[in-house]
Design a protein around this ligand. Structure first.
Ligand code: PLP
Length: 285
């Protein structure tokens, strides 16, 4: 695999980052994951805009322009022959060769930028989406700026492990009695034809897929309520689903052992997945 590190395209075995990099020592970095279908990028613009915002919120430098970013994404997709898969992008604050809590001087410290691809031949035709996901709920003990897409992913990673140990696929996070989001996705339930999801705030990541799916749902004349909801409401739903750039619309068929509907992916989740994939392929660049 060819990867990109600070201006160079290299074989992955030759790519190097300093052990003093603040991404490595302090999770002082941000990332984006963009999916690839038919060899093209899905919603590159949305990811580039959110990346700029994440960097801004953390007073980090941009490392390169949006046009350069697009070119690097495309070059890696081509070089690695990715038809379906993901492009991972990470920018960290870099390092001035020492460990210190205080940010290094941005005049003399360059950010570190790394990109690599992941080949996923069944990204669109995902067998997991046909089965639907089983979810557990766990406490949301992450930090309070979940609107910034940082590489601090230890708790989400632990959440996935808790789900796996419980024989499930993923976890939804609960704070003050309400669902925030999934470990790596936004969360929704559907009751009597109305889609319910948490409103945007610093409590959740502002999903690129969330934005697209809510637009599609509105265009399809579906009712949407952006409000706080409890896990008990979700358990009584007709259906539920999650959204993310890497799994698109993923139906949810079970929450904390409670089966939703007939235990198979619901009609609205299936329809939104289909339209999302269709529209994304058409708009891909
Ligand atoms: N929420 C969290 C915590 C995430 O990590 C992600 C994606 O990684 C999402 C939501 C979904 O965001 P997007 O649709 O932009 O992938």
């Amino acid at each position: 695999r060819t990867v990109y590190v600070n201006g160079d395209y290299l074989p992955e075995t030759e790519a190097k980052v300093s052990i003093f990099d603040r991404g490595f020592l302090m999770a002082d970095g941000v990332y984006e994951v963009t999916s690839v279908l038919d060899g093209k990028l899905i919603d590159f613009d949305g990811h580039a805009v959110r990346l700029a915002r994440s960097l801004d919120e953390l007073e980090m430098q941009a490392a390169c322009s949006k046009d350069e970013l697009l070119e690097i994404h495309r070059e890696l997709v081509t070089r690695n022959g990715i038809v379906e898969g993901l492009v991972y992008l990470q920018i960290t604050r870099g390092s001035d060769g020492d460990r210190d809590f205080v940010f290094p001087d941005p005049e003399t410290t360059k950010p570190t930028i790394v990109l690599f691809t992941q080949n996923k031949p069944n990204l669109a035709d995902n067998p997991a989406a046909k089965k639907g996901a089983k979810i557990i709920s766990i406490a949301d003990i992450r930090w309070g700026r979940r609107d910034i897409k940082t590489v601090q992913l230890l708790y989400p990673s632990m959440g996935k492990m808790m789900a796996k140990k419980a024989g499930c696929d993923d976890a939804w996070l609960i704070e003050d009695g309400y669902v925030t989001e999934g470990t790596s996705n936004n969360a929704y339930y559907v009751k009597d034809g109305t889609i319910v999801t948490r409103p945007l705030s610093s409590d959740i990541l502002h999903g690129i897929t969330r934005k697209a799916v809510l637009r599609i749902a509105a265009e399809a004349q579906l009712k949407i309520e952006e409000r706080l909801f409890t896990i008990d409401e979700a358990k009584q739903a007709d259906e539920a689903f999650t959204t993310s750039a890497s799994a698109f619309v993923m139906p949810v068929v079970e929450i904390d052992g409670v089966q939703l509907g007939d235990g198979t992916p619901g009609p609205i989740a299936k329809r939104l997945r289909e339209i999302y994939l269709d529209e994304s392929r058409k708009a891909a660049i």
